[in-house]
Design a binder for this molecule. Structure first.
Ligand code: XUL
Ligand code: CO
Length: 434
């Protein structure tokens, strides 16, 4: 046991009235919500990169945090892993997620880097024999090293494609070894800065081929988890190919992968794409590709991805409502792709941030469940579309051609009357629960 979190006890549930800043007021793993344990509804996960690898830098300044594992080699990586699991234990975290490069340093060659990753993965495996924390997903960092500056799968240099493929193979092997529920691909460099040096059609083909190979390999090793693509419209590249859920769906269809791959939707990425988080969830549910979620929030005044911890219950509640209506998570979960502010230096801040995030998710889940149990919103929706339940309407949709429909309009003298959309009334209804 290290002394990093000295003085901090495992986080208890103390209920809504508690004034203890390091206690859960709403997150109660065993509480039943819509017939399922709260922990199983939310499947909360801690992001290794933000909590343990990120040093507190921004574009104008470097490291602000002091952590005993910074700047080191494998010794430091081992300490980082030990302290990560100490934090998972304190929080009772159901899941965690990592990039290969978060957990172990790059070596002189890919072979050495992979050995480093495997050594830490072996440590995780041993630790997971006694810890209840599971792996929500693993991924490969195909964006930090300068070799990926012009893309990974979409690079003009085939050697970079090969390097990326080899790196993903190792990350997927390790994710499989650790019983990961999913494997994520976020294409941070899969996009372009200028068309003057970019053959877009070729790059999209490369991306499709790469993804197909990942899916083939998943089947070859028998990885039972879900492959997820994480859409983001820009940052770091100016134009990213996985712009949003709808764009990713079109891409998957083109390569025949829409039954194989789902999406990991991040709140901040949805906002950057000009959508709401719930829009992206509803789109994915409608298209049958909803997988998992990266929970965070962006600052509404800055046009970049600020990755703050979620703290807005009403906003999150309407998003969780969409997730529940879609049937809830299967292999996915709520991964806190959220980082501290760079002035939040203390180990305690790391705990407080997660306690707050977990409580906000719990409270939003309770609100969303209450909306569903009330039934008013569902009833309003059913009423709004009731006309489509008649045999004539169904027949029109499936059988009738335009001429038959036109004849029907003539014969019955159809003259549709507008009806109120009732938006404010429905917003008031939601407000009763958030
Ligand atoms: C970047 C981002 C990544 C992915 C994993 O904006 O969200 O952390 O979640 O590579
Ligand atoms: Co993310």
């Amino acid at each position: 046991m290290s002394d990093f979190f000295e003085g901090i006890a495992p986080i208890p549930f103390e209920g809504p009235e508690s004034e203890n800043p390091l206690a859960f007021r709403f997150y109660q793993p065993d509480r039943l919500v819509l017939g399922k344990r709260m922990e199983d509804q939310l499947r909360l996960s801690i992001a290794y990169w933000h909590s343990f690898a990120w040093e507190g830098g921004d574009p104008f300044g470097g490291r602000t945090f002091e952590r005993p594992w910074f700047g080191g080699g494998m010794e430091a990586a081992r300490l980082k892993a030990e302290i990560a699991f100490e934090m998972f234990d304190l929080l009772g975290a159901p899941f965690f997620a990592f990039h290969d490069r978060d957990i172990a340093p790059e070596g002189q060659s890919l072979a050495e880097s992979n050995r480093n990753v495997r050594e830490i993965a072996d440590y995780f495996a041993r630790r997971m024999e006694t810890s209840p924390t599971r792996l929500l997903w693993g991924t490969a960092n195909l964006f930090s090293n300068r070799r990926f500056m012009s893309g990974a799968a979409t690079n003009p240099d085939p050697e970079v494609f090969a390097y990326a493929a080899a790196q993903v193979k190792c990350a997927l092997d390790v994710t499989h070894q650790l019983g990961g529920a999913n494997y994520v691909l976020w294409g941070g460099r899969e996009g372009y800065e200028t068309l003057l040096n970019t053959d877009m059609g070729r790059e999209l083909d490369q991306l499709g081929r790469f993804l197909s190979k990942v899916v083939d390999y998943k089947h070859r090793i028998g990885f039972p988890g879900t492959i997820l693509i994480e859409p983001k419209p820009q940052e770091p590249t100016k134009h990213q190919y996985d712009y949003d859920v709808a764009t990713v769906y079109g891409f998957l269809r083109r390569f025949g992968l829409e039954k194989e791959v789902k999406v990991n939707i991040e709140v901040g990425h949805a906002v950057l794409a000009g959508h709401s988080f719930e829009h992206e969830i509803a789109t994915a549910v409608a298209l049958g590709i909803f997988g998992s979620v990266d929970a965070n929030r962006n600052d509404y005044q800055s046009g970049w991805d600020t990755d703050q911890f979620p703290n807005n219950v009403p906003e999150l509640a309407v998003a969780i409502h969409q997730i529940l209506k879609g049937g809830g998570f299967v292999t996915g979960g709520f991964n806190f792709d959220s980082k501290l502010r760079r002035q939040s230096l203390d180990p305690e801040d790391l705990i407080a941030a997660h306690v707050g995030g977990m409580d906000v998710c719990a409270r939003a889940l309770l609100a969303a469940a209450a909306i569903i149990e009330d039934g008013g919103l569902d009833q309003a929706l059913a009423d709004r579309y009731a006309g489509w339940e008649t045999p004539e309407a169904r027949d029109m949709l499936v059988e009738a051609d335009l001429a038959a429909i036109a004849a029907w309009v003539d014969q019955d003298n159809i003259d549709p009357q507008p009806r109120s959309g009732k938006q404010e009334k429905l917003e008031n209804l939601v407000n009763r629960f958030v």
